[in-house]
Design a protein around this ligand. Sequence first.
Ligand code: SF4
Length: 398
Amino acid sequence: MPPPRTRGTALRHRLAELRGPDVPAKALDARALAALAANPGCKRRAILDGAGVNKAVLADALGSPSAFGQSQFAFMRGNAFEARVKADGGAELLRLVHEKLDPGAEPPTRARVPELTAIGPEGRAARTALALREATEAAAWTLLDHPMLALDVAGSPAFLEPDAVVVHPDGSWTVVEIKSFPMLDGSADPAKVGAAARQSAVYVLALEEVAARLDPTPRVRHRVLLVCPKDFSNLPTASAVDVRKQRAVTGRQLGRLTRIEDIADSLPEGTCFAPDRPAAELTAAVESVPAAYAPECLAACELAFHCRDHSRASGAVTTLGRSLRAELGDLTTVDEVLAAAHGQAGDPDDPAVAALRRAAELRAEALEGAAELRTAALKGAAELHLTALESATGGVPR
Ligand code: SF4
């Protein structure tokens, strides 16, 4: 077996081939990683993300443009709000961290804001690790603005950029997530808070990798600070969010991701996802990687419309939702399910097949009962109609 460095270079080379000549790699962000971890069975997403393929551009080239992503307006509003939160050396941001997460510590006055610029993501990640170590040793409030963290994902590093990380005087570290959705009376849309918590959990995992290399190992706090506009104003407010559960789930699922190297090795020679390839060739390339479509993909992956169309065309039951899929055991297509329900296929001792047959019987009985009721109702209505006619004509049929 070749040494790890040679294997790493070979993998990078292979992933660049899959992306296509001269196609720049799209960096994985925490939002994408959280979504990837939410669907760990999808090899298609794993290899596309691992190879740095821009899935939105790919979806366009496949003829199934995504409706997923952030609008330009929301993006600009988010940037303006973040700049406001971090203005004046991050004074307001640190005040919020102190108030919500560490009120027992000395109040932050003039926080350190280290310079984090360096060449390339690897250089920035190394610079961030050094700044974290120095801030921890200094035991002083420190704000790291847009640090760069590396997280090993399925055998290759993903570079992540949280909005901020704060080092407390006790040497512990906090992830700060700044969002532009409003917090009304101290609470925000639970779905958006949940997405922010999953994203923050990815940063916590990445920070823990950095912390593990230091001795003594600093504490990475599992309560992150979510900063949002207060009510409908542009003033920042914040809430502490406990991400222990999201961290545990995401960590477990990222660990279960099939190694990108194995997926790349299983693809046919010459496979390429470059968007300038003819649509038919591109479709064949994408379809050569197994996917695990579920309706949840519509809110999380740029390829959702493409995968949904192909999943529906193949009659896959996953289009009906993951919970139903889980209950159907070995039956993976709608045709198989119908054949099992009608007694034309399937092992009667299989609990899924037995449940389907019972459901089909109950449905048939219900339909029969409904037909009888309908006949009785029609008969009753006809009799009423006749009686009304007879009374209108004095009992003499016309
Ligand atoms: S949309 Fe397709 S590629 Fe994306 S996660 Fe779902 S199945 Fe995988």
